[in-house]
Design a protein around this ligand. Structure first.
Ligand code: SPV
Ligand code: MG
Length: 311
């Protein structure tokens, strides 16, 4: 066990499991900030930077596997990735589960599997299987309303306490605000714990309009990738519950790796890139090498004491 785990709970403390912490964060007046992640290492960087939640991003996980974000990876591969993040950090993980990997039966299996592996919440979107990343032109058709409402109900009746987020793709698919609001109401009645309204506009007006027109009681999440001028303060004032910065960490690492590799090829030495690189010590710290050596020392010496006492 690493030294960063929270202290043991007293019997009368309110529950502090990951799902409960995610639920409380969504209900708080302060905007919750989630960072997209694809690996335990990137999740630790998000936690270290102060983000409240890790978003297990389908785009990032598929990109790091070298395949398109189009349901190419199977449920088990996405689950392993999300579970790896959950095991690496103490903040809750909200998993992007695309459109639920199939029909209601797949959703039920998905919820059981993600919950068993310590993931705090799952997010499913109302598109058809196989889904296509929302920023790609092409098939962005919505799932029939009854199909998706059934998936939300299946998810909420299956989970023990995991958070279930219903993601609305009506604005992405060109179906418009009225359809987004109609679906929001149905997903709320189906039992969703939160809504995610997605938009690919370059300004936040569309998501602001949705937040204003939605009179239900669920927390609303946004993904400000294209309308990136929007600030935390603005989103908080407008009444949003969470912002997911879905892919910025991966994008920054791609840019950094490209530049470094190009310079090494150009210069024939790594001398010039060295000042721009994370020192090895940072890697050792992120992989918890010091804690490992400490625990090894502790148990080796405890073992010696036990053996000596027996002599
Ligand atoms: C993801 O991070 O995989 C998302 C967000 O679903 S988006 O790429 O904007 O669809
Ligand atoms: Mg996704």
């Amino acid at each position: 066990m690493t030294g960063s785990r929270p202290p043991q709970q007293e019997p009368n403390d309110p529950p502090t499991g990951a799902a409960q912490r995610l639920r409380s964060a969504l209900a708080a007046p302060r905007l919750t900030r989630a960072m997209g992640s694809h690996s335990p290492l990137s999740a630790r960087l998000a936690e270290e930077a102060g983000f409240d939640v890790v978003w297990s991003s389908g785009l990032e996980i598929s990109a790091t596997a070298g395949v398109p974000d189009a349901n190419i990876l199977a449920l088990g591969e996405c689950l392993d990735a999300a579970a790896g993040l959950a095991a690496a950090v103490d903040i809750p993980v909200l998993a992007d589960c695309d459109s639920g990997f199939g029909n209601v039966n797949n959703v039920i299996h998905m919820v059981r599997s993600y919950e068993a592996r310590g993931v705090a919440g799952v997010c499913i979107e109302d598109k058809q299987f196989p889904k296509l990343n929302s920023f790609i032109e092409g098939n962005q058709d919505l799932a029939p309303l009854d199909d998706f409402a059934g998936k939300i109900r299946a998810a909420t009746e299956t989970r023990t306490d995991m958070v279930v987020v219903a993601r609305l793709e009506a604005l992405i698919s060109g179906q418009g605000m009225a359809e987004a609001l109609r679906r929001a109401d149905v997903y709320e009645r189906a039992g969703a714990d939160a809504l995610l309204i997605h938009s690919k506009r370059k300004d936040p007006e569309e998501v602001f309009a949705f937040r204003e027109a939605y009179h239900g009681g669920l927390p609303v999440i946004v993904v400000p990738t294209t309308y990136n001028q929007v600030t935390v303060e603005e989103l908080e004032q407008r009444g949003f519950a969470m912002a997911i910065y879905a892919n910025q960490a991966l994008r920054s690492s791609i840019r950094a790796m490209r530049e470094t590799l190009t310079k090494i090829m150009r210069d024939g030495t790594t001398l010039n890139v060295e000042p721009e690189l994370a020192p090895l010590k940072e890697i050792f710290d992120l992989q918890r090498m010091p804690q490992m050596l400490q625990q090894q020392e502790r148990y080796e010496s405890l073992g010696r004491e036990l053996a000596e006492a027996a002599q």
